[in-house]
Design a protein around this ligand. Structure first.
Ligand code: MN
Length: 238
């Protein structure tokens, strides 16, 4: 389903892609996962101040323009002249080992942030009936899911992410990762799963506004989730 839609738009993409930095597909899943070096910074799908007051403008500017751009630039440098140079971002994640620290950190950083921007939105939305049903089946209730996700996000020690993932059995799970790791890193996780939604809990994601109050940032995140995109990722996940 996803692929057909992608191909349909791809034909019209030429002119628009030139006009939009990061490409017309910046708000879609496959393009950043399927992208190969040289990697590029996808455009934010909304204005820097669009998530105010939940996530402030300056945080978004620095987070996207400096931190995410840094992962992209460093990933391009790290893959140069290596066996990873010709692989897509998703293939790099599947093959990277603990011997390739620069590629692990920067490929993870590029993927995780590309995903993160797409699952945020200033527009109010609700989980689709399908996603709601899957959440109920996996966690018992939406509140139970929310509690589990919040606990994961609060208890990441130091820098990392909280995740909602779809496992190979098709069930949803809450996980957390250190640094820029994610569940697509097949050589580094016990079992792979597809990230559906992620929350960046590095201090750079919230410190300017929330300082040491990470739980307040986590609560604010629930006001700006793009449930349409989370639902699309859920439906597309293998
Ligand atoms: Mn970040």
């Amino acid at each position: 389903m996803y692929k057909r839609e992608f191909l349909k738009v791809a034909g019209m993409a030429g002119i628009a892609a030139m006009a939009i930095p990061g490409g017309i597909f910046a708000n879609d899943r496959a393009p950043f996962a399927a992208q190969k070096a040289p990697f590029t910074l996808p455009a934010l799908p909304f204005a820097y101040d669009a998530l105010e007051p939940n996530i402030d403008k300056m945080t978004m500017e620095i987070h996207h323009d400096k931190h995410h751009a840094g992962y992209v630039n460093n990933l391009n440098k790290a893959v140069k002249g290596t066996a990873f140079e010709k692989l897509s971002l998703e293939e790099i994640l599947a093959k990277v080992t603990d011997k390739d620290a620069a590629i692990r950190n920067n490929a993870g950083g590029h993927f995780n942030h590309s995903l993160f921007w797409t699952i945020l939105s200033p527009k109010k939305s609700d989980p689709s009936p399908d996603l709601k049903a899957a959440i109920n089946a996996s966690f018992g209730s939406f509140d139970a899911f929310k509690n589990e996700f919040n606990t994961a996000a609060k208890t990441v020690f130091g820098s990392g992410w909280a995740w909602l993932v779809k496992n190979k059995q098709g069930k949803l799970e809450v996980t957390k990762s250190a640094n820029q790791d994610n569940t697509l890193m097949a050589k580094l996780v016990d079992k792979t799963a597809t990230p559906i939604m992620g929350l960046d809990v590095w201090e750079h994601a919230y410190y300017l506004k929330y300082q040491n109050k990470r739980p307040d940032y986590i609560n604010a995140f629930w006001n700006v989730i793009n449930w349409d995109e989370v639902g699309k990722r859920f439906a597309a996940a293998k």
